[in-house]
Design a protein around this ligand. Structure first.
Ligand code: MN
Length: 231
């Protein structure tokens, strides 16, 4: 075994790991598993969100993680009645059923990531459109307070998960969910999603999740998408 593999953990170890991941990305052929579910196209170029979310992060996050959830879901449903269901039907049929946790988790992660990509855009951030701003002000007291609630939820989430802006009983709220979990549908309608799994920011921000979320709210969050989801 090469001596470098026995090195104690430290900065060089992280650098080595990233190099290996890059090589892995270059060498692997795209893997897609035949089945009812397909990876939706990205709504923008892979470098559109840089520098807050680099093209390299999106390469892994979309090309490996999101694709991996699609592939895993297709493998899990093959030969089962779930193979005849849409993504939404699969989520409804598996939510809260402990014997279907694997299918639910993969289906939810497919849905969550597709929604997450659409929650961001190049030159986002700024002031929300007039179609949602009054509701933000009525629900939180102002846009800064809404942003603060999102940032606080991102900081509070222990481990992997998601932060959501939701519409509930005519008001907006911010909720956090763990791992693949989604807001309590249909009571809480998702308007925006922020992925706070480490894979969403680690290559660009390492452990600095709060800095990542602040930069995302400053420059990438798509308030127009949130307004569109008010329905
Ligand atoms: Mn993710």
């Amino acid at each position: 075994m090469p001596e470098a593999r026995c090195a104690k953990p430290g900065p060089r170890t992280l650098a080595t790991r990233i190099t290996v991941e890059k090589d892995t990305m270059t060498n692997l052929e795209p893997t897609t598993v035949p089945g009812p579910h397909v990876l939706p196209p990205m709504p923008y170029a892979q470098d559109a969100l840089a520098p807050v979310i680099s093209a390299r992060t999106i390469g892994f996050h979309y090309g490996k993680h999101h694709q991996g959830y699609v592939d895993g879901l297709n493998r899990l449903v093959a030969g089962t009645p779930f193979a005849e269901m849409s993504l939404e039907q699969t989520l409804a049929a598996t939510a809260g059923q402990t014997e279907r946790t694997a299918i639910y988790n993969h289906a939810a992660q497919v849905w969550n990531h597709t929604f997450y990509w659409r929650s961001l855009r190049r030159m986002g951030g700024g002031e929300p459109p007039a179609s949602i701003k009054p509701l933000i002000e009525a629900s939180f007291g102002g846009v800064p307070a809404c942003r603060a609630a999102i940032a606080a939820a991102a900081a509070r989430r222990f481990g992997s998960g998601w932060v959501w802006l939701v519409l509930e009983k005519g008001k907006l709220d911010v909720v956090e969910t763990g791992n693949a979990q989604r807001p309590a549908s249909p009571v809480q309608r998702p308007l925006l999603a922020i992925d706070v799994w480490e894979h969403a920011y680690y290559l660009d921000y390492q452990n600095r999740r709060a800095d990542h979320v602040t930069a995302l709210l400053d420059g990438l969050i798509d308030w127009g998408f949130a307004a569109d989801n008010l329905g």
